[in-house]
Design a protein around this ligand. Sequence first.
Ligand code: MTE
Ligand code: CO
Length: 390
Amino acid sequence: AAKPENQAPNVPDWSKTLGDGVAVRAYGKPSKYEAHVVRRDVEWLTASRESSVSFTPLHEIEGPITPNSLCFERHHGGIAEIDPADHQLMIHGLVDKPLIYTLADLKRMPRVNRVYFAECAANSGMEWRGAQLNGCQYTHGMIHSLMYTGVPLKVLLEQAGLKNNAKWLLLEGADASGMTRSLPLAKALDDVLIAYKMNGEALRPENGYPMRAVIPGWEANMWVKWIRRIKVGDEPWHHREETSKYTDLLENGTARRFTYIMDAKSVITNPSPQAPLTHRKGFTVLSGIAWSGRGKVARVDISLDGGRNWRAARLDGPVWNKAVTRFYYEFDWDGSELLLQSRAQDDTGYVQPTKVALRKVRGVNSIYHNNGIQTWQVRPNGEVENVEVG
Ligand code: MTE
Ligand code: CO
């Protein structure tokens, strides 16, 4: 609670005594007054905590980059705690020369730094049938956007030498989940990385330490963590995560498969249900994020009235390819009810659809790839709720 004796014009306690010396917090951590800013999970969502998800607190962060400690986590067999001395990445199959790389080997190879978003295909998955979870952390928090340092997979494949009939890769993780995904070779040669750093520091164990696949713009399920094996083949393997899971069951009973690319999407992070407006009326800043798996965010539009009128938001900071872009919209709030929406458009011209339009094409059986426009209702008292408009 606030202490008047510490507030201006008084001299606060911390001006009167010396604080901690250097290196007391040898690997830094946030202020104890920020203890509410954490990843959170939804207990009823999954049967176990080992195969589960925690969500990024999107309403508590700013800019285009996610702090490492707050990145959503999704694992199907718990966190593998791997000693890099015991970890290797094997490349075999349709290659001239099977190879094995240690982390030290990767660090002796040419590396690049790139910012990309990773969004789980199941992000917003609980919202297919109607507004459900009350907070952008839960509706949209299965996304993070990080600067990766890693080696282009192309470099490793060239060292192994691809056979003429090579067309697909199988990526396998070292954790207990048996995570395996088929990846088209063309994508691997384009922009896939084997990364070992995030935002400059070593990958965190929960995000794949010591190495993970980075598959820019594509569903995060394919970003195999703790990657230990890449097999080169001539056709996809049709494993669990690309058959029974990560396919979209349509209204007519058939399923969309291999829906890799995450289409353009956006969400207003402030205000939102966990971050109400507390100032009643007056100058108000809307903050939000937009992204597209097809390229750069070209523009974001904002509606204050549930999609009837639209005005351009201001993109702020770097607009990277296949990364999160921050946007703002400033306005004078008259204190009346608002139906806030954001709508992203990418540089291919693709425009984020309404939920109504999306359901017309995709039905409501799906869990995955819900990129419909989100609506937040702001009440005159500043409280915010997850709603839908017709
Ligand atoms: N890789 C392995 N080895 N095991 C996993 O359970 N989960 C996948 C993917 N890679 C997973 C994995 C899923 S579904 C997602 S959404 C992303 O990792 C999550 O990455 P993150 O935990 O860094 O957010
Ligand atoms: Co996922």
